[in-house]
Design a protein around this ligand. Sequence first.
Ligand code: GAR
Length: 193
Amino acid sequence: MIAKKIAIFASGSGSNTQSIIEYFQQKENIEIALIMCNKSNAFVVQRAQKLGVKCIVFNSETFKNNLGFLDILSKYEVNWIVLAGFLLKIPEYIIEDFQGKIINIHPALLPKYGGKGMYGMNVHRSVIENNETESGISIHYVNKNYDEGKMIFQASCAINAGDSPEDLANKIRLLEHQHYPKVIEETIKNSTQ
Ligand code: GAR
């Protein structure tokens, strides 16, 4: 069987990127072909280097207007795209080229706390400000609207009285690392495409 190849798109610290890379290092049939990052100073760039995975930093023009962007993905024979803390909106040309093969993780229980601007700590701050008693993670397919693609998996965690946004971020990070790699694996294995 020919291995499926994933490109991870990331913009930040890259803790999910690391957990996904480490998980698939032990697996056959699915491999992380490269990391695509839109910020040269993002910590994910250093993580990728340490883990020995190719990381390409690109600018937003290249991305928005496909100035060779799809050519890079095709050079690395990418079949699937996994978003892991990626800040930019995915342009339609990528959605069309990777129909049903783009997965995102969101650090809240969608449809609550989704949409533009809802990223990382902004999400956790809003959840705590609204006195929610639970939050969680949502893993979903990506379509052209932020955070609105078909849901694949959700898991929740309790918020205790006095929890800060940072406390919640730590709980969410644990849930993400626990579930995201496995859900990616299952989704790709179950795909008929
Ligand atoms: C993760 O919590 C991820 O769910 C979130 O950014 C964080 C990235 O952390 N993504 C979004 O908020 C997307 N709207 P990481 O860089 O350590 O993986």
